[in-house]
Design a protein around this ligand. Structure first.
Ligand SMILES: NC(=O)c1ccc[n+]([C@@H]2O[C@H](COP(=O)([O-])OP(=O)(O)OC[C@H]3O[C@@H](n4cnc5c(N)ncnc54)[C@H](O)[C@@H]3O)[C@@H](O)[C@H]2O)c1
Length: 257
């Protein structure tokens, strides 16, 4: 039975993905703050190291899949928390678990980024230089001192950087036959979206962000794309970002792809 790790497995997209992977016949090792096989706090370097150790103990050093869903929205305080989880909570697990994936069968990984990743370009991302250097403190200082824009900058900046981080790994990972892709959801009905809608600072922007398919996605509609990308039918898909967003990226950036 293939073994797949899912971060953020206790809620929302991660929980729906857990169901989809169980249905596809995988053993799942969930990583989350609570209600998971490995309970760890991905917002700190020590928590991320503990997550990698805990996973390696549970899987015996061999993994077939890695799906990174854990993330925080624009509303969290301080905003640096979102950068730590959304960016470092991904790259530290990707790098820490690649050796175990290399020993797996048809290994693959998917990172849940966001449609927000393309609302900011890399050359205009104020977090680009600090994140690429691995400077968690420096990136945190930028967003925590950005005033009322801090939350949005932390979210879009970390999601833009995490998509770039995946694309930067495409040669190394392809060379060892481990596929790696991102999924970029639009608005999905989860506790994360609800928290934004209940926050006066972000509610209007979220409500005004209406996709051509004018509803919120169900978490299962993201999970089904992730499950597809993890399977052998996606064997030549590597380094790609898939928008599951009701058409909003195409509407906002029709000439850029
Ligand atoms: N819901 C949306 O509209 C939407 C849109 C685009 C992208 N996303 C992305 O999808 C992913 C999943 O979000 P969701 O909407 O399912 O949210 P959610 O809040 O339902 O689930 C997120 C999970 O991440 C976990 N998590 C948060 N901080 C953590 C930490 N420090 N350590 C370990 N686990 C932690 C939470 O406990 C939770 O189980 C996130 O990366 C989010 O940015 C969501």
């Amino acid at each position: 039975m293939p073994t797949t790790v899912i971060s953020g497995s206790a809620s929302g997209i991660g929980a729906a993905t857990r169901e989809a992977m169980l249905a596809a016949g995988h053993r799942v090792i969930g990583v989350d703050l609570r209600n998971a096989e490995v309970e760890a706090d991905l917002s700190t370097a020590a928590g991320r190291a503990a997550a990698v150790r805990g996973v390696l103990e549970k899987c015996g050093g061999t993994l077939d899949g890695l799906i990174l869903c854990a993330g925080l929205g624009s509303h969290v305080s301080p905003p640096s928390l979102a950068v730590s989880v959304n960016y470092f909570g991904v790259v530290d697990l990707l790098d820490g678990l690649l050796p175990a994936l290399q020993k797996g069968q048809n290994p693959a990984a998917v990172v849940v980024s966001s449609v927000a990743s393309s609302q900011l370009s890399w050359d205009k991302n104020p977090l680009a230089a600090t994140l690429e250097k691995g400077d968690e403190t420096g990136a945190g200082i930028i967003v925590d001192n950005a005033g009322e824009k801090g939350g949005s900058l932390a979210y879009a900046g970390s999601k833009n950087a995490v998509t770039v981080a995946v694309r930067r790994r495409v040669v190394e990972w392809g060379g060892v036959d481990v596929r790696l892709n991102t999924v970029a959801p639009g608005a999905v009905s989860t506790p994360l979206l609800d928290a934004g809608l209940n926050d006066a600072r972000y509610a209007k922007a979220i409500k005004d962000f209406v996709a051509p398919i004018a509803r919120h996605a169900r978490p299962e509609e993201i999970a089904s794309m992730i499950a597809y990308l993890m399977g052998p039918q996606a064997g030549f898909i590597h380094g790609a970002q898939f928008y599951v967003d009701g058409g909003i990226d195409a509407m906002m950036r029709p000439t850029q792809f």
